[in-house]
Every structure is written in C-alpha cells, then in structure tokens.
Design a protein around this ligand. Sequence first.
Ligand SMILES: Cc1cc2nc3c(=O)[nH]c(=O)nc-3n(C[C@H](O)[C@H](O)[C@H](O)COP(=O)(O)O)c2cc1C
Ligand code: SF4
Ligand code: SF4
Length: 422
Amino acid sequence: MPDLRTNTGGIHSPNPFWLASAPPANSGLQIQRAFEAGWGGAVWKTLGIPIQNVSSRFGAHTIGGVRGAGFSNIELITDRSLDINLREITETKRLFPKHPIIVSLMVETESEWRDIIKRSIDAGADGLELNFGCPHGMCERGMGSAVGQEPTVNERITGWAVKHSSVPVLVKLTPNVSNIVPHGMAAQRGGAHGVSLINTIKSIIAVDIDRFVPEPRVGSMSTNGGYCGAAVKPIALHMVAALARERDFKLPISGIGGICNWRDAVEFILLGASTVQVCTEVMLRGYGVVEDMIDGLEQYMRTHDFSTIDQMVGKAVPACGEWGELDLNYETVAKIDASKCIGCQLCVAACHDGAHQCIHPVEGTRVPTVDESECVGCNLCQIVCPVEGCIELVQVDNGQARASWNEHMTEGKPIRPKKGAH
Ligand SMILES: Cc1cc2nc3c(=O)[nH]c(=O)nc-3n(C[C@H](O)[C@H](O)[C@H](O)COP(=O)(O)O)c2cc1C
Ligand code: SF4
Ligand code: SF4
C-alpha cells in the first residue's frame, strides 16, 4: 500500500490533497465535512479585516462541453468575523487533530500581521499561508497581488510573518507576473518555509453582449476577476516547474491551479509540488471528488513502483529544460492504424490547413494516408483524431546524432535540415 503522507515545509498531512483557500474552506462545518470525505488538509478562506462582497461574483465559460472549465471570481477575503472563524478553527482542530489546517491571512501593517498570526496560532493553526495573490479588490487596497508583484514588499512582509510565527509559513504567489522566479526567491529570502501557487489570473471571463457589460455583472457594471479552474492548469504547471527547476530555489511547493483529478495532481507532483490544492473542482462537484483522486493516485503509485510521495516529487523536473537544449535531430512521423480509423477526415483537414499538407484522402477507402517524406511530426493530426491510439507519432531513425541548438552553436554539432522547410 503506497504511503500518501506528505510534509510541505514542516506541515504534515495524511495525503497530498488540500482544499485551497476559497469558498469550500470558508467555515468549520464545511472543512469538517471535507476531512470526513478524505481531504488531507485545508487552507482556510483568507482571514483579515472582514469585507463586504458583491452579487454576483462568479463567472464561467464552457470548454469542450465542460461547464465551468474556465472559472472567474470577484470575491474578496472572508466576510465572516475573525472571532467566529477562529472559534471554528479550534473546534475543527479538536475534531480532526491529524489533518493540518493552514490559515490564510491578509492584513496590512506589521502589528496587524503580528496580532492575527498570534490569534490564528492560538486557535490551532498548523501553518499559515500569506495571501499575496488576490488580483481584484484587495490589491487596490495595497494587499494581495499588489504585495506579490513586488519582491521587496513580499520579502519584507514574509519576514514579519516568519518573525511572529511559531508554525510554518507558506507564501501564496500571484501568477500575474512575467517571471515567477524572483517572487519565489523573495519569499525564500524572507524566511518562508514553502510557497503555494498559483492564485487566480487577472482576467475578464466574458461580456454580456445584450447588456454591453462584462461578467460577472454587478448591476450595470463589472470589473476584472481572477481566472481559475481546469483552463489554468498549463500556466500553473509552468510556474511550479519554473521554481522547481531554479537551482537556488530550495523551498517546498504546494501546487494549485486547475487540478480536477488524480492525473492533474500527479503532474503537479512530478513537476515539484509536495501537496496540491483544489478550489474550482470542489466548487463545481463537491468534496467527494477527492475519493477518485486518492484511488487514482494510489493506483498510479503502485503501477510506477512509488512507495512514498517524496519519491515522486520533482521526478519530471530534470526533463524540463530550455528550448535550446532540445534535440533538433530527433524526428517522428505520424502513422495511422487503419484498423482503428473511423474515416472522419478530421486529420486531413487539420494537416492540410494547419500543418504540412501531408495527409491525403485515398480513393476507395475512408482511411487517409500520410506522406512520411513530408510529415514533420508536429502532432496536430493526433490531437484532432477522435479515436484514442489511432494516430501514433513514431520515431524515425535518420542516422543523426543528438544535436541541440546550444550544442550546434557552441560545439558546431551538425543539424539535419528539417522536412517541410521548403
Ligand atoms: C470564489 C473564489 C474565491 C477565492 N478566494 C480566495 C481566498 O480567499 N484566498 C486565496 O488565497 N485564494 C482564493 N481563491 C483562489 C484559490 O484558492 C486558488 O488559488 C485558485 O482558484 C486556483 O485553483 P483552482 O483552479 O483549483 O480553482 C479563490 C478562488 C475562487 C474561485
Ligand atoms: S504530424 Fe503534423 S505534419 Fe505529420 S501528418 Fe500529422 S499534422 Fe501532418
Ligand atoms: S482523424 Fe483519425 S479517425 Fe479520423 S480519418 Fe484521421 S486517422 Fe482516421
């Protein structure tokens, strides 16, 4: 039986699945139900000076028939009183002592940070998460992403929190920056025990084209929101990997952004996360989604011979490099398995109009043919083919030794001219 226990910066959890700081982690009763359902830990909805929210506050769009695959919100931090939240943290900790509660915090001055940190720890917090990520409302008040976008401010406030905390401090980073690395490094310099990323991406989800107002609509107006859900996973994976790859970056990572199933979680872990946090998928489908996440992760670990999560963390990081390190002489071509082809011709249209015009219809059959002498192995046909395993990209032995662009430029290694470049 694989061991799912994790340690993220000194925060121990029975499994890597945490609720992200958001509506599913808004109250004690919710988090208690989540722990019962199987969630390992929870990051409490951000505490601070309680705010007033607007109606409506969520927007979403459908991708490939999945409603809410892209999700947006203009909600702020908790609108519930600090006293009530703290009482519920204590009660939840009493009922579930083995499940870590990480309290997300956002205030302004050092004395506010000191006071709220002390009260959170007294209430039973196992760790703190500094919300330097919220891209709407709070940043206009000098908090959230306004802090996360300024490494010197991030470092200073992280330093305050670490100084006043007796439990591990995670810094939650904003993706609303061009390069995440300086921001992770600032958290490290400030003494953080780990980072969490990503928070939501500044965005406008849609426009009501009859009322001429963006969504979500608050009366006759709207504003930019924070984008999350399945659609943001590629951005989150990139940012997690960028930090995990950075030689001088030593902090553990809690990965967040578009995690919907066990496979997404495994991808984050392989790119360097030791825990994963989920918000949108729980908002759309409830706490029960964690059951399949746990089963799938265990099954994956068994089939890949991992007995602990630590053995998986960062396993794909060495394979994540710069473009200049890729082998320019590595060559593949598309092969169609005629026994699986349903003759839909989607690959023909895609290759002709979007790639290299080398899949052709064949008279007397619906199965097209690939002209391998022209195929550049771009993958597009495989992406559009509706039948799993019908098109495979197969390596061609072109007799050329490996040569990357960097090796070509520094060592003069020969590069084979690419097909399709005429
Ligand atoms: C409605 C809503 C409210 C959120 N509130 C907070 C919050 O209070 N504090 C915080 O750090 N992140 C907050 N987030 C961001 C999530 O914790 C998470 O970082 C983001 O949604 C990406 O994860 P996901 O793709 O699984 O949703 C919120 C997200 C949503 C959708
Ligand atoms: S891999 Fe690209 S170039 Fe080759 S057949 Fe498919 S779409 Fe065309
Ligand atoms: S897309 Fe796939 S199933 Fe459709 S014609 Fe091409 S190979 Fe056959």
